[in-house]
Design a protein around this ligand. Structure first.
Ligand code: SF4
Length: 587
């Protein structure tokens, strides 16, 4: 039945392995043999896929398979003590399966619930706002072997706090209006409006959307594909979760009008595994749209325009947020980023022209199709038009979703979310930039602080090293292992940083840390390696005095000049202002 449900298509291998695991709590050898035979692919390919993804297992897991989010914001909310308490209650070690096979317990990277942590997953479903009393009940329910449907619904409640709606979230919307506007104006004319809007990709890279769509539509190779990247894995980001939870129609409508423009009849939504709770409701939205002529054949009665969307689940791999890695994953392979060129817009899914865009990009395109490009371009800055959704978490009174015109200062955002006594803000997640409290006048914009939407606030009770270590551990864990500078370098970074933080490093170790940052940043194959050193680099530049204080005085370091050593970090962080020099830092 697993094969039949996947229509015997090898590209749906990940979905098949997910289904096998639900049934057998792991992927048994016999299933691998059967799938290899039926799909006519090598069994080693199936094993490679099973080994690549964090949520797939070749050895049996517990009937209750629990993961607790190890994001820095969960840690700030006491996650570590809660995890140990849960382990004690359930009599299972973290990282192991209990001997009776009832329960397994693990850490995982961010689950996309930073505004309602400490968070976790049980059999793939999100658990939010965990506390000791909930853990007592969870432990009892597991011992009684109660099905998840009998657990209190509030344990799984995901709330969407839209604290500050702006240009897009405030817009009224009726199903089909963006498509009707697209057809009335014409697909080419609608593309001209997207061009006029200067909409840039909201996944972080900021590539111009109209250029991507135009390039794809110009390719002679067919078919063309539309992929919505909902693998929102950057710690601290949850705005795509909110969009899919509350505004799914507007996201699907954006994908559909993109299809009309580029000439596509097949769309795929790649949903991160941690958002399993959204799967059924998204399927219902798609069904409703089909029933109302907004998907399927002859959309809105327009003869010859056929388009449908399929949802495919990820299986726990941050790297699959990278477009080419995501395409590999959608083809049923390990999510290893492709060598470029060619870019996916020319040679993407199934080696055909493909547009991959972020959830928020499609959402914005829907409103641009209705209101026109000028309306959008009038907001923001010249290089960063429109608005940006931010997922705000950490030390603030009002975590949640905020929408701002590009160009808004960090200072203003901190005021709105109720953040006091600020130590700094991590803008753009671990791969982004740490902004110290001396730099709060900086702005959210592609030309200053570019972000996919993660905005984590830290107050002065926090340790910068706790933050940097958490992020550096994250990259070491999430490196896909394809290239040596990243695979080895991220682990070296983690170990070298630990040595310094624990007070065992001399000046030469700091120099070495700088050098490893340089090697990882300049020699890695994809964006993960390129940004893995950012947390160290940006804090070396913003808080050099902290690193200096940790160093052991050593006879091997006469005349050590930290400011000169940090020249490498400043170059890589592209900063050379006064605040980035040790002599300017107040003790
Ligand atoms: Fe994989 Fe890291 Fe290399 Fe990217 S840089 S391909 S994540 S090993």
């Amino acid at each position: 039945s697993v094969l039949a449900e996947a229509d015997h298509k090898p590209e749906r291998l990940l979905q098949m392995l997910r289904a096998v695991q639900v049934q057998y709590l792991h992927i048994p050898k016999a299933a691998i043999e059967q799938l290899a035979k039926a799909l006519n692919i090598p069994r080693t390919q199936i094993i490679a896929v099973a080994e690549f993804y964090s949520f797939l297992h070749l050895a049996p897991q517990g009937r209750y398979d629990i993961y607790i989010s190890d994001s820095i914001t969960d840690r700030m909310l006491g996650k570590e003590k809660l995890l140990n308490y849960l382990a004690e209650k359930l009599k299972v070690k973290v990282g192991q399966v209990r001997t009776d096979g009832l329960v397994s317990l693990n850490n995982t990277s961010c689950t996309g619930m930073c505004d309602q942590g400490p968070a976790g997953l049980v059999n793939g479903y999100a658990l939010t706002r965990l506390d000791y009393s909930k853990i007592d009940v969870i432990a009892e329910l597991i011992e009684q072997q109660a099905p998840l449907t009998d657990w209190p619904a509030e344990f799984f409640a995901v709330t969407e706090e839209i604290r500050k709606p702006g240009l897009l979230l405030n817009q009224p919307f009726n199903n089909g209006t963006a498509l009707a506007a697209t057809f009335a104006r014409g697909p080419a004319e609608t593309l001209a409006e997207v061009d006029l809007s200067n909409l840039r990709g909201r996944g972080g890279a900021g590539f111009k959307t109209a250029l991507k769509w135009r390039t794809c539509s110009a390719q002679n190779e067919t078919p063309h594909y539309v992929i919505c990247n909902a693998d929102e894995g950057e710690p601290g980001t949850f705005k795509d979760r909110m969009l899919l939870d509350v505004y799914a129609d507007q996201v699907f409508e954006g994908m559909t009008l993109c299809a009309a423009i580029i000439g596509s009849d097949q769309g795929l939504l790649y949903l991160r595994a941690e958002y399993l709770f959204l799967y059924e409701q998204l399927q219902r939205v798609l069904k409703h749209r089909r029933a109302n002529g907004l998907l399927g054949r002859n959309i809105l009665g327009r003869s010859g325009f056929d388009f449908d969307i399929e949802i495919r689940m990820g299986a726990g791999a941050y790297i699959c947020g990278e477009a080419s890695a995501q395409i590999e994953s959608l083809e049923g392979k390990p999510g290893i980023p492709r060598v470029k060129p060619p870019n996916s817009v020319i040679c993407g899914y199934q080696r055909k022209p493909t547009v991959v865009d972020n959830v928020e990009t499609f959402f914005a395109a829907t409103h641009i199709a209705i209101k026109g490009g000028q309306w959008f371009a009038e907001v923001g800055t010249a290089q960063s038009t429109g608005s940006k959704l931010l997922s705000i978490s950490g030390d603030c009174a009002r975590p949640g979703i905020y929408e701002y015109p590009f160009g808004t200062s960090i200072e203003e955002i901190l005021r709105d979310c109720g953040a006091d006594d600020v130590l700094g803000v991590q803008v753009g997640g671990p791969s982004g930039t740490f902004i110290s409290n001396r730099e709060l006048q900086r702005r959210i914009a592609f030309e200053d602080l570019s972000t996919a939407g993660s905005f984590m606030v830290f107050n002065n009770s926090r340790s910068i090293f706790d933050i940097v270590q958490n992020f550096t551990d994250f990259f070491a864990h999430e490196s896909c292992g394809f290239c040596t500078p990243c695979r080895v370098g991220t682990t070296l970074l983690k170990n070298q940083l630990r040595k310094i933080v624990e007070g065992n490093g001399a000046a030469v170790d700091l120099e070495e840390l700088n050098e490893i940052c340089l090697v990882v940043k300049n020699n890695s194959h994809c964006g993960l390696g390129d940004s893995a050193a950012n947390p160290i680099l940006s804090t070396l530049v913003s808080h050099p005095e902290l690193y200096l204080k940790q160093l052991k005085q050593s006879s091997f370091t006469p005349g050590f000049d930290l400011d000169a050593t940090l020249a490498v970090a400043r170059r890589m962080a592209q900063r050379d202002d006064d605040a980035a020099h040790l002599s300017q830092v107040e003790n």
